[in-house]
Design a protein around this ligand. Structure first.
Ligand code: ATP
Length: 277
C-alpha cells in the first residue's frame, strides 16, 4: 500500500508543484493521476521514488517511510518500485534481453552485476515476460531497431521482471499513436492485475484513465481536486480539474458553477469547490 500525506514540492525556482497532496494506492489498485499541463502529475510520481526530492510530507510504501531514507537505503528500496517512463528509458544500443534483464541488476552482488551473471531463472522469466508483453522472439534485437510501442513493451517487461511492490508509470503512451496507446495500457494493466502489483500512473488521455484504471485522482495546480471512480468523473468533475486555477486563467475559459448536489456526487471536497470557483 502506498500512502501519501500532505506532500509538498517547491522547486528552487519557487514553483509550488505540489501543495499538500494526500492520496493512497490500496491493494492491487490501478490509480491514474490526471490534470492539466503543469498540475504536478509528473512531480508527484517522481517524488515517490525520489527522482525529485519532496519539500515536506510523507510517503509510505508498505510501512516504510520513503522521504527520510538515506541514499544507500533508497538504492535498496528503489528495487521495490518499477518505473515505466514516457521516453522508455531503455539503453538503445543493447538488445531487448539485455535491457529487460537490467531490471534484475539491483538484486545482484556488484561482481555478478558487473559481469552480467544473471540467474538461469531470471533469464527464463525474462523470456516468459517478453512473450507475455508481445515481443517474444525479439530478444536479440537491438532496442533502436524497435517501434515505439515495442519499446514501451520492453520497458514494461523490465519493470515487471524487477518484481516490484508498486509500478510507477509516467506518461507511458505520450509517444505512441492512439491505437498503440490502448494496446499498451490494456497489456500493462492486465499484467499488473495478474501479478497483483498496484500501479500509480500519470496519464494525459482521460479516456485511457476511464477505460483502464480503478480510481482517478485529479490534480490542479498541485492540489487534489478529485478522487473517485471512473464512473464518478462526470462533466462537472472534469470541469473542476481542467478549468480551475491557473489552467482556467491560461485558456481564458470560465466553467459553469456547479450545484451543491452535483459537486458532492463527483467526490470533490468543499475546500476544492471553494478554490475552483
Ligand atoms: N525541474 C523543475 N524546476 C522547476 N520547476 C519545475 C521543474 N519541473 C516541473 N516544474 C514546475 O512544476 C509544476 C508541475 O510540473 P509537472 O511537470 O509535475 O506537471 P505535469 O502535470 O506533469 O505537467 P505535464 O502534463 O505538462 O507534463 C509546473 O509549474 C512546472 O513548471
Amino acid at each position: 500500500m502506498l500512502t501519501i500525506t500532505d506532500l509538498e514540492k517547491v522547486y528552487p525556482t519557487g514553483d509550488k508543484a505540489l501543495q499538500g497532496v494526500s492520496m493512497e494506492v490500496d491493494g492491487n489498485e490501478v490509480v491514474s493521476i490526471i490534470g492539466p499541463s503543469g498540475a504536478g502529475k509528473s512531480t508527484l510520481i517522481k517524488c515517490v521514488n525520489r527522482l525529485t526530492e519532496p519539500t515536506s510530507g510523507s510517503i509510505v510504501l508498505d510501512g516504510e517511510e520513503l522521504t527520510t531514507l538515506s541514499k544507500k537505503e533508497l538504492r535498496k528500496t528503489r528495487r521495490d518500485m518499477g518505473m515505466i517512463f514516457q521516453e522508455f528509458n531503455l539503453i538503445e544500443r543493447l538488445t531487448v534481453m539485455e535491457n529487460v534483464l537490467s531490471g534484475r541488476l539491483g538484486y545482484m552482488g556488484s561482481w555478478d552485476a558487473f559481469r552480467r551473471n544473471f540467474d538461469d531463472e531470471d533469464v527464463q522469466n525474462a523470456y516468459e515476460i517478453l512473450d507475455r508483453v508481445g515481443v517474444g522472439g525479439m530478444e536479440n534485437k537491438r532496442v533502436d531497431e524497435l517501434s515505439g510501442g515495442q519499446r514501451q513493451r520492453v520497458g514494461i517487461a523490465r519493470a515487471i521482471l524487477q518484481r516490484p511492490k508498486i509500478l510507477l508509470v509516467d506518461e507511458p503512451t505520450s509517444a505512441l499513436d492512439p491505437e498503440t496507446s490502448f494496446e499498451v495500457m490494456e497489456m500493462l494493466t492486465e499484467i499488473a492485475r495478474e501479478e497483483d502489483i498496484p500501479v500509480l500512473i500519470n496519464i494525459h488521455e482521460v479516456e485511457l484513465a476511464l477505460d483502464y484504471t480503478d480510481r482517478i485522482v485529479g490534480l490542479t495546480d498541485g492540489e487534489v481536486v478529485f478522487n473517485g471512480t471512473p464512473a464518478e468523473l462526470d462533466e462537472n468533475a472534469r470541469d473542476t480539474i481542467y478549468r480551475s486555477g491557473k489552467s482556467r486563467e491560461e485558456t481564458g475559459t470560465e466553467s459553469q458553477p456547479q450545484s451543491q448536489n452535483e459537486s458532492s456526487s463527483s467526490g470533490i471536497s468543499d475546500a476544492s469547490k471553494e478554490k475552483s470557483f
